[in-house]
Design a protein. Sequence first.
Length: 367
Amino acid sequence: MTCVDVLNGLLSYTTIKLVKIEDWRLGSIHYLIQFLILVYVVVYVIFFDSGYQGTSEVVGTTTWKVKGSASQIYNGSLIIYDAIDVIQPATEVNAIFATTNSIITPEQTRGVWPDPELECKSNTDCPVSGTYEEWGVSVGVCNQSTKTCDVQGWGPIEPIDVDLESTVLSGVGNMTILVRANAFFTKYNKRRDNIGDGLKLNQNLFSFDQIVKNTGYSFDQVVERGCIIAIEVQWNCGFDPWSYKCKPKFKFIRLDDSENDFSPGFNYRYSDNYRQDNVEYRDLHKVYGLRIIFVTSGQGRRFDIVPLMVNIGSGLALLAIASVITDVLALYIFPNHDVNKDEKYDIIKVSGKSRWFCCKNKEYEEI
C-alpha cells in the first residue's frame, strides 16, 4: 500500500448516487410521509400556530374600582362597612386586598400591659427586663391577676383566642369589582382595553364570590382566613384586517397552599392613630381577606413575510425525513435489501500515478 492509497482512504469523498427502486410499497410510504409533513407545516405551523405572523410583546396594567357594602357583628355591636373600609390599602399597583374578616382592638394606648402569649407563675418565669418581645419590651414582672408577663408598649394587647367565625364580614362576596385592563403592543404601537363596549359581566365586571369560584374554591372556604389569588390577563391579539376583535381572557389561580396549617390564607395588621385629650390612641385591625394580584401576559401578531419564509424553508427541509425513513426501509428491512444496498453504494478506488480516468462498466482505466 502506497502513501497515495493511504491518503485516498483518509480523504475519501462521498457523493450522491440516484437509484430508482420500482417498489410500490416504498413509493407509497415515501409520498405519504411527505404529505404528512406538508400538512403539518401548512395546517399547523403556518395556519394554527400563526407561522405567517410576526409578534410584539405586550406591556399592560390593571386598575380597579369596587362597589358595595358589608356588615359585621363585633362584641355585640353592628358595624357597617362600605367599599372604602373593605379595600385596604386604598390603592396598590396591579393588586387589591378585600377584607373578609377583621379583629379590632380599639383604643390602645402606650403603657405597661399583660402579654397573653407570655404565661408565668412568678417573675422568674418572665423574660429579663429590657428584652424585646412581639408586643413590646419586657419589664420582668409577672402579672398575678392574669398570670402573664407585663410588657411596655401598646395595649390592651390583641387577644389570641378569637373565634374567627364570629368576626366574619357579611356581604363581601356580593361586592362587585370593575377591572380595567390596558395593554400596549410596543412593536405595532397599538393600544387596547376591555372597557370600550361598556360594562359586561365576567369581561370587566366581577363579584368577589365569582372570582373565588373561578379558582375552584367556594367563598365560604376562604372567608375566615383569606387567600391569595392571581388573575392573569391574557392578551393574544391579531392586527391583520381579517383578525377578530381583540379582547383579554382572564385566568384565575389560587396561589397559597390551602392545605398548609401554619399561617394559612392571608392576613396583616394596620392601625388608625388619633389623639384625644392630648393622649395618643390607636385602633388596631388584624384583617384577613382576598389578596388579588393582576398579571398581564400575551403578545400581538401581524402578517410578516420573514417568519413565513423561515417556516416554509424549515418545512421544505423536513421533507428530507421522508427520504431517510424510506432509505432505512429499503436498505435494511424490506425484502431484497441486500440487492438494494449493493446498488446504492459503490466504492471507487483510485491508484497509480495518472490524474485522469474514464469510466466503462464501473471499471476505471488509466489514460
